[in-house]
Ligand binder design. Sequence first.
Ligand code: P1T
Length: 382
Amino acid sequence: MKFSTIALHEAQEPEKGTGAVITPIYQTTTFAQDVPGELKAGYDYSRSGNPTREVLEKVLAKLEGGTHGFAFASGLGAFTTLVMSFLDSGDHIVVGDDAYGGTFRSLDKVFTRYNINSSFVDMTNPEEVRNAITPQTKMVYLETPTNPTLKLADIAAITAIAKEHKLISVVDNTFATPYLQNPLSLGADIVLHSTTKYINGHSDVVGGALVTNNAKYAEAIGFHQNSLGATPDVFAAWLTLRGLKTLSVRMDKHVSNAMAIAKFLEAHDKVEAVIYPGLESHPQHDIANKQMKAPGGMISVRVKGDKAAVNRFFPELKYFILAESLGGVESLLEIPSIMTHAALTQEGRDKLGITDNLIRLSVGIEDIDDLIEDLDRALAAM
Ligand code: P1T
């Protein structure tokens, strides 16, 4: 099966008893046993396993080219489970320097309390990863494209360095999705998703996932998924499975709209810079061509002006909604310096280029003419 067929058919045969074409919502916490300890279909309690969630996990695994998938109640729930599955007190992680603000906060404010420490490095240069490795390092963790400055890291080069040092390599593939980029095939051990974003795609479910093709790592993740309990509600799993069916068609439209908007913004005299991996002006455009099928639906823009100019820009928009999150069918925008990346210090934001005039666009699947007209009007008002 190819990608779109997997999304619709993997583990999703019509139900035997009733012929139901769609995976049923097994809205039950527990499963009856005839003989104590003998499970009818492998299920005893829905935190440990649920048939609806399991279908989602199988589809996610297959789409990423993995053998084992695990669903969580949020992307950060997946991240917490990942860290607790593999790191002990005294261990160290090398992390990309502009990871999502919430990922940074959890490493900086929570895991340091358990003596799990991180070094944040610019992964556009793989040698920085090598230089940050210490005898305590256990894991290399990267996002590509990053949130919000859309830097790209060479997955094959970085995972090769991790392998040389016998470290676990993990890629947060949220921005690219498995439709556009497959980190496991480029050497990563584990892929993480905030399924809240493109995978569910409709801005109505918070969720996360981990996928691996390593049976030993899968055993550790499965044990901690059950032991820590950050599992999704059954209905959330079902909705995510429903959203996932249309991932490929949504992504095609996100990408074509984003490409048109990036070109429009690059030519606009109120715009200082456009960051989009599909533009030749992007510093890692060649890495995008090498490891992504297409450059995705996220654009970051530096407008000409200060905070006051940004405050005149966004209220004029009719279709781009000012809100955190991304990857839904409707277009969103946000100001990372005061929204998603407020957890960083001013110094940290300055270092990463998260300036007051940086605006992040999650380009939706509306008609492109309407989106361009919307941005053009707001830029004029600015
Ligand atoms: O929000 P949650 O489902 O817990 O996922 C966290 C997360 C992990 N990784 C990446 C790359 C993310 O972008 C996120 C969440 N991001 C936002 C809410 C945002 O607006 O950027």
